[in-house]
Each structure stands twice: as structure tokens, then as C-alpha cells.
Design a protein around this ligand. Sequence first.
Ligand code: FES
Length: 162
Amino acid sequence: MERLNQDSLKTIDEIVERHREEPGPVIVMLHDVQDSLGYVPFEAMEKIADATGTSVADVYGVVCFYAQFTTSPKGKHVINICLGTACYVKGAQALIDEAMSLTGAEINKTSEDGIFSLDATRCLGACGLAPVCIIDGKVFGNCTKDTITEEISKIKAAEKMA
Ligand code: FES
């Protein structure tokens, strides 16, 4: 397993220290680690377990339960496409296929160049706008293949990709 650099370890230590005395510290620490590092590395789960008297297995269970936590680094740009029932019925799979072919990322993986992460999510709570996708935090309702193509092209242009 690749080791974290000193800066990341220090960040985790600071987060653990900051929230140690708060109620429900595990989830709060995990949120902060996810926000700061973009994912929750195993070392963070160990430190959080240590500081809160929880087992690493329990912390890992929390990480797996909540979709907002990831255990591997995300790409620079994150594309979420809802695969909930309403979105699926309205063609979300075709959007995923398009995004996969344009980014080179597999579902729930990051492209080899580290630029794109493609996540298939559960219902985003906006079924009236199905199909829904979120690209770098921006929500697109009634999303079409053209929307996906256009947004990915903009990102590629900004990243100076061919
Ligand atoms: S199923 Fe996609 S937003 Fe609800």
C-alpha cells in the first residue's frame, strides 16, 4: 500500500485533534478528511479509530455506508450520473456510456490521467428533473448526451486536452 506524504498525515492529525471532544466525532472527522484530501485513506481510518476508541472495521463500515466517502483519490473533475429508477428509465445509462467513452473512466473509477472520475450515484432527490447529473458540483436536470459532450469538451479545453 502506498504511504501518505507527511502533509496529508499532518492534516489528518489536525482534523482528529480538532474534533476529538465533539459528539459523534467519527462522522465529523471523516467529512473533514474527505473534504481536505478528496478521499479517506486507510491511515485516516486508523487514526480516527485510535482517537475515538472505535475499531478500524467500524470506521470502515461508516465509510462504506455513506456514498459521499471514497477510499481512493478522485480525479480533478468529478462527473456524477444518477442511476436511480427515474433517471434510469429516462436514459441515464446512455449518459454514462457517453461519459465513459469521452473520459476514458470506468464507472466509479478515475481515468488513468487522473483528470476525470465518473460516479454512478443513487437517487439525488431531484427525480422531477430526470435524468440528472452533477458535473463538478453543478447540477444538470433533463441531462442529454449533448449536455455531457458539451461539459466534458469545456473541461478538456480548460485542461488543454486534445
Ligand atoms: S432517480 Fe435520479 S434524481 Fe431521483
